[in-house]
Design a binder for this molecule. Structure first.
Ligand code: C2O
Ligand code: CU
Ligand code: CU
Length: 509
C-alpha cells in the first residue's frame, strides 16, 4: 500500500524526470571505461541506486532511495554496510588505488554520482551533464590521488540533488594512506563514522520533502528529526578507550554547532581533506552542509556508567549584519529552525578497557599557502553568492549546464586566490539572509583569511572543499588546479540553493 505522502514523493520525481529527458544534452554512458579499458583496476565495485524500504521507526517501514553495493574485484572489506540504514555502503580504500565503479540507476528518475572531495577527472566527477536515465549504467574509472581522509558520495542531477540526497542517497568514501598508517590512530571498532542528517517524517513514517514548497526551498530543507547514520535517537555504547569519530554533516541545509554536553573541549584532528598538522582544541565546531571533521574522543577519562551527549548548541544563523531581532517562525522548519539547540547522539561509557594510545602531537604536514603564492595575487577572482527572485546566483548568474563565463576560465597548473562572499542582506520583512556553504569540485583548497561571528567554531587549519559563509561573511581561499582539464562545478552546498541554480562551472584549460 502506497500512502498519499509516499505517492507524492515518488510521483513528483517521475514527473520532473520526463521533462528533463528532452531538455538535457546526451550523456556519454560508459565513455571512460571504453577509453580506458586497458587500465586494470585494483578495486571494482558495483553501486545500484534504487527505492527500498527501511525499518526506521516501529510500525510502517520508510520508503527511501538508497545505494547498495558489491565488491566484484579486490579487497572484499572495501565496502562496509551500515545496519538498518538508508545510507549507502561505506567505501574504504587507499591512496593510489585504481578504482572502477559501475553505477546502475534503478531509480524512477535520472541520476549520476559525484565523489565529493575526491580529485578525479572531469568526466568522472558526476557533472549533471552526465546523468543517466533509469535502467542505465555509468562506469567510473579513477585513481585515488587524495590523501587519507573522510570523503563522501552523493547524486548530482541538476535540480534533483536535494530531493535525491534527502531520499537517502549518500555514503562515505574513506581513504587511508601510508602516512596515516604510521600514526596508529584508533581503528576498526574504534574508528566510527557519524553521518548527521535532519529529516521530516509524517505520521506514517514517510519522508516529507519541502512541505511548504518555495518557502522551504529558499531556506533549504530542515527536518525536526536528527538522524545519525540513518537512525533517529542514535546511541553509541563505548568502552573506556580513545575513539576516532568521523563526522559528516550530510544534511541538505542544516548547520551544526557541535559540542560535548559536559563542556569538555572537542579535539579536532581532521577536516574535509584529511588530517590537520596538529590537533586542535575547540569549545565548539561549526559544521555546514557537506563539511567533515574528525574528533579524537577520549572516553578513558570517564568512569563506566557515564552518559554523555554530542549536542548542537544555539546560534543565531540568519541575523548577522541585521539590526533586527529574531522573528518567530521565519527561519525554516517551524519545529526546529536552523540554530536551535538539540541533542545529536547519546554516548554510554559501558565497559572498562585498557587504553595505551596517546594523542600524536604531529598528525601530518601541510604546506600552508600564502596569498602571495597565488598567480593572481593582485587580482583575486571574486565570487558573490546570493538569492534573488527565487533563483540562486553566483556573481548574478544562475546555473546553465554548459555555460562558462570569462571569469570562470582557469589555466591548468595555476595557483589561484578566490574571494568568496555571501552577499545576502536582509531585504525587508519577508526575507531572511541565508547562509551559503560554498563547495568547489576538484582539488582541496585552503582558507587563508575570513571574517565572521561564528569564527571560533570554524576549523580552517587544514584542507577544505567546503567553506561555510554566514550572511555577510567572506573568505579568501587558495587552490591550485592541477592534473585535470575540463569542466568542474562550484556551488552552494545548501542543496535546495544548488538546485535553484546557485551553481556554476569553472573550466580548466
Ligand atoms: Cu557534494 Cu557538487 O557536491
Ligand atoms: Cu563535490
Ligand atoms: Cu546557499
Amino acid at each position: 500500500m502506497i500512502n498519499r505522502r509516499q505517492f507524492l514523493y515518488l510521483a513528483g520525481a517521475g514527473a520532473v524526470n520526463l521533462l528533463d529527458m528532452n531538455a538535457w544534452p546526451l550523456t556519454k554512458v560508459g565513455m571512460a571505461s571504453s577509453k580506458d579499458k586497458d587500465v586494470i583496476p585494483d578495486l571494482e565495485l558495483s553501486l545500484t541506486a534504487a527505492p527500498a524500504q527501511v525499518q526506521i521507526f516501529p510500525g510502517e517501514p520508510t520508503t527511501v532511495w538508497t545505494y547498495k553495493g558489491q565488491v566484484t574485484k579486490g579487497d572484499p572489506d572495501s565496502l562496509v554496510n551500515l545496519d538498518q540504514s538508508y545510507l549507502g555502503p561505506i567505501i574504504r580504500t587507499r591512496k593510489n588505488r585504481k578504482i572502477r565503479i559501475h553505477f546502475k540507476n534503478n531509480l524512477p528518475a535520472e541520476s549520476i554520482i559525484h565523489w565529493h572531495g575526491l580529485h578525479v577527472p572531469a568526466e568522472m566527477d558526476g557533472h549533471p551533464m552526465y546523468v543517466i536515465p533509469s535502467g542505465k549504467t555509468f562506469t567510473y574509472d579513477f585513481e585515488i590521488l587524495n590523501r587519507a581522509g573522510t570523503y563522501w558520495y552523493h547524486p548530482h542531477p541538476h535540480g534533483r540533488t536535494g530531493h535525491q540526497v534527502y531520499g537517502g542517497l549518500a555514503g562515505l568514501f574513506l581513504v587511508t594512506d601510508d602516512q596515516e598508517d604510521r600514526l596508529n590512530l584508533p581503528k576498526e571498532k574504534l574508528d566510527i563514522p557519524l553521518v548527521i542528517q535532519d529529516r521530516l517524517f509524517n505520521h506514517n513514517n514517510q519522508l516529507i520533502y519541502l512541505p511548504r514548497g518555495m518557502r522551504d526551498s529558499m531556506t533549504g530543507m530542515l527536518g525536526d528529526t536528527i538522524c545519525v547514520n540513518g537512525r533517529p535517537d542514535f546511541k553509541l555504547s563505548v568502552s573506556t578507550r580513545i575513539y576516532r569519530l568521523r563526522i559528516l554533516n550530510g544534511s541538505n541545509s542544516r548547520i551544526y554547532k557541535l559540542a560535548w554536553s559536559d563542556g569538555a573541549p572537542l579535539t579536532v584532528i581532521a577536516t574535509d581533506g584529511g588530517l590537520l598538522e596538529k590537533p586542535l582544541r575547540k569549545k565548539y565546531v561549526v559544521l555546514g552542509p557537506a563539511e567533515r571533521i574528525e574528533l579524537w574522543a577520549d572516553f578513558s577519562k570517564y568512569p563506566v556508567g557515564t552518559s554523555l551527549e554530542l549536542v548542537s548548541k544555539y546560534f543565531e544563523p540568519a541575523m548577522q549584519g541585521s539590526a533586527m531581532g529574531p522573528r518567530r517562525g521565519m527561519r525554516g522548519g517551524d519545529n526546529l529552525p536552523n540554530g536551535a539547540p538539540f541533542s545529536i547522539l547519546k554516548i554510554d561509557v559501558a565497559k572498562k578497557e585498557k587504553e595505551t594510545r596517546s594523542l600524536p602531537q604531529k598528525l601530518s604536514s601541510i604546506e600552508r599557502y600564502q596569498p602571495r603564492d597565488a598567480d593572481n595575487y593582485n587580482s583575486p577572482r571574486r565570487f558573490s553568492f546570493f538569492m534573488r527572485h527565487m533563483r540562486g546566483l553566483i556573481n548574478g548568474r544562475t546555473f546553465q549546464m554548459q555555460a562558462v563565463a570569462p571569469d570562470e576560465m582557469i589555466r591548468l597548473n595555476s595557483t589561484e586566490l578566490w574571494e568568496l562572499s555571501n552577499d545576502e542582506r536582509s531585504m525587508g520583512m519577508m526575507m531572511m539572509p541565508r547562509p551559503h556553504p560554498v563547495h568547489l569540485h576538484g582539488k582541496q583548497f585552503q582558507v587563508i583569511e575570513r571574517s565572521g561571528s561564528l569564527h571560533s567554531g570554524y576549523v580552517d587549519e587544514g584542507w577544505k572543499d567546503t567553506v561555510l559563509l554566514m550572511p555577510g561573511e567572506r573568505a579568501k581561499i587558495v587552490a591550485n588546479f592541477t592534473e585535470y582539464k575540463g569542466m568542474f562545478l562550484y556551488h552552494c552546498h545548501n542543496l535546495e540553493h544548488e538546485d535553484m541554480g546557485m551553481m556554476r562551472n569553472y573550466l580548466v584549460t
